[in-house]
Design a protein around this ligand. Structure first.
Ligand SMILES: [Zn+2]
Length: 51
């Protein structure tokens, strides 16, 4: 499989809020985005994790 499922975990509360896919062959860097966390009720850094 070329594209792997990944999850994005809130850096503050460690809850998994988002899922996505990425191409491992093209994207080797760990991804991190500022996204809204409904548990923290604010925008926090979300880091890539395996599902
Ligand atoms: Zn959070």
């Amino acid at each position: 499989m070329m594209r792997d499922l990944i999850g994005f975990t809130c850096d503050q509360c460690k809850r998994k809020n988002y899922t996505s896919t990425k191409n491992k062959k093209k994207t080797t860097d760990k991804l991190a985005f500022k996204k809204f966390c409904s548990y923290c009720r604010t925008h926090t850094l979300h880091r890539e994790n395996k599902l």
